[in-house]
Design a binder for this molecule. Structure first.
Ligand code: NAP
Length: 515
């Protein structure tokens, strides 16, 4: 069996002890194993800081951007073999895996383009210079590179995109990266790490990859580093309370789970373009990656008079979805990524069913390859539904990270706004309407509880990527249970990896320094 090693301190190293076994979630066959036991993570961080940091900071923003573009090209060149890793180890259909791999190269490309617009010097200006008291005394803010490491801990659902969206921002900021993919689906991330390391596109020491559990990694970070975590709320909460992280005020960005909402305006008639766009967006989020997207719509708010039409339209599309091993022709939705993730999905559904009835459940018959009948971590889609304006506490607090969503009929828009916010802070909320008065009221009512609002209307029907796609130029992150973090968003994603400094002194001197 293939052993996945880690790339630390500039070399490939294998852990000791009992390895974790990675499987194909459609067949339960073992595909690789990995261990991080015994690896010297303190030395790996020191190497990245001392060797990688200075080398990366020696490059201008434009030169770093050129390397990001070379990495985007590299990923594109090896697209097919990376996609294959997603099929074999993450239960991805070809479309799911393309979404991940192409998302990685598109994000690198977007940051390569951004780099072309940045200054020639080592700092980024932050706003305009300010006069302080007299004309001679001035102040200005700049972002300067950090002298630490970007320590990136990723979730299992986007091994390529998840890795590169964090890394692109950090590298452009001048920060070396130590990335840690989720163990269960690490095959694609590991292949990507091999490609990056072999390519020598990046200066030595600017890229490290820890494959396997995090072990004592976070015991060695300090005030110079930036920890960026994507994953469950529970793990995020655990990382926040690590004494070492707290006492050193280590910068920590958390992207956690989210009960994303979709809100249909009362004006939207069944059969209209906006209605179809809404149904298409909900359906995509239920089935793409088997619902394992942090941005997927979990709560669907519809006027009570539209409930039947929405349910029927969704069921019609769900009924036509073939579920099974992505290696079998015609399969459109694969399995859940691991046995433990499937267990969590089932336990979450049990909780939701305390508040909501099952409006539709797919058949538990899955297309498998010959000889693998009864194998695989499959979950049929489940459409749940509450009564109008139901209290439904579990629906507003339990994330089912799988192919399920809940329809919540509302009697009046104000009831819907209040219920949307019961999700406790989300990554994205979509509002589908062609009524500007409703749109304005809805946006004002729910905006502060979200990191992004997706405004669906007939004007954008057809060409829109849907609320479930995180885009490099727009912020990805959200308040409250979504983790309180923020990634991407163009330059916003870069400056998270830098230090803002206020310079105060003689105005012309500051102008000269900041050049
Ligand atoms: P998870 O179990 O929290 O794991 C996430 C990452 O944390 C993995 O790399 C995991 O490593 C690592 N980890 C686990 N325990 C750790 C510890 N004690 N110290 C340091 N690292 C630790 O989450 P998941 O099951 O992979 O992902 C699903 C969740 O992620 C969902 O709730 C989803 O909503 C959320 N998510 C959020 C976003 C977003 O952008 N907001 C994006 C994707 C997913 P091992 O795999 O080695 O255990």
């Amino acid at each position: 069996m293939k052993t996945l090693r880690s790339f630390l301190s500039g070399e490939w190293v294998a852990g000791t002890g009992k390895p974790a076994v990675l499987v194909n979630p459609a067949t339960e066959e073992a595909v690789a194993e990995t261990s991080s036991e015994g690896l010297d993570l303190k030395a790996a961080l020191a190497y990245a800081r001392d060797v990688g940091g200075p080398a990366l900071r020696d490059l201008s923003f434009a030169e770093r951007g050129e390397r990001l573009q070379s990495l985007a090209d590299l990923i594109h060149e090896h697209r097919d073999e990376l996609i294959e890793c997603g099929l074999v180890n993450a239960g991805n259909t070809r479309g799911d895996a393309k979404f991940d791999v192409d998302g990685a190269s598109a994000t690198l490309h977007a940051y390569a383009e951004l780099a072309k617009t940045l200054p020639a010097g080592p700092w980024l200006p932050d706003g305009e210079p300010v006069e302080i008291g007299s004309k001679r005394l001035a102040g200005r803010h700049v972002f300067v590179p950090l002298e630490g490491v970007g320590v990136h801990i990723n979730a299992f659902n986007f091994p390529a995109w998840g890795m590169m969206e964090k890394a692109a921002c950090a590298w452009l900021a001048g920060l070396p990266v130590l990335t840690k993919p989720a163990t269960a689906t690490a095959l694609m991330a590991h292949r990507l790490a091999e490609l990056v390391a072999e390519s020598e596109i990046l200066p030595v020491g600017t890229f490290s990859c820890l494959t396997g559990p995090a072990a004592d990694l976070l015991d060695h970070v300090d005030e110079r580093d930036v920890v960026a975590f994507t994953g469950s709320n529970d793990t995020g909460a655990w990382i926040r309370q690590i004494e070492h992280v707290r006492s050193k005020s280590v910068r920590l960005n958390v992207e956690a789970d989210s009960l994303n909402a979709a809100l249909l305006g009362p004006d939207v008639e069944p059969g209209s373009e906006t209605f179809d766009l809404f149904v298409g967006d909900v359906y995509r989020d239920m089935t793409q990656k088997a619902g394992q997207k942090c941005t997927a719509i979990r709560r669907v708010f519809v006027p009570e008079g539209r409930l039947d039409a929405i349910r029927e339209a969704l069921v019609e599309r769900l009924e036509g979805t073939v579920i099974g091993d992505p290696a079998v022709d015609g399969v459109r939705m694969g399995p859940i990524a691991s046995a433990s993730a499937l267990k969590a999905v089932r336990s979450g559904l049990e909780k939701l069913e305390q508040d909501a009835k099952v409006a539709w459940r797919g058949e538990e018959s899955f297309k498998t390859r010959d000889g693998f009948e009864g194998k695989g971590f499959f979950q049929a889609p489940v459409l749940l539904e509450t009564a109008t304006d139901a209290d439904a506490p579990h629906v507003h607090s339990v994330e089912v990270f799988g192919p399920s969503t809940t329809l919540l009929p509302y009697s009046a828009p104000t009831a819907a706004y209040a219920a949307v916010k019961r999700g406790g802070g989300g990554l994205v909320c979509s509002i589908h309407t062609d009524d500007r008065t409703f749109l304005q009221e809805a946006v004002r009512s729910v905006a502060s509880a979200h990191g992004r609002l997706y405004l669906g209307s007939k004007k954008m029907a057809g060409g829109a990527p849907g609320p479930g796609t995180a885009l490099a130029p727009l912020q990805h992150g959200g308040p409250g249970r979504a983790g309180g973090g923020s990634e991407l968003g163009g330059l916003r994603g870069v400056v998270h990896n830098m230090q803002r400094v206020a310079l105060q002194g003689y105005g012309p001197l500051l102008d000269w320094l900041a050049k």
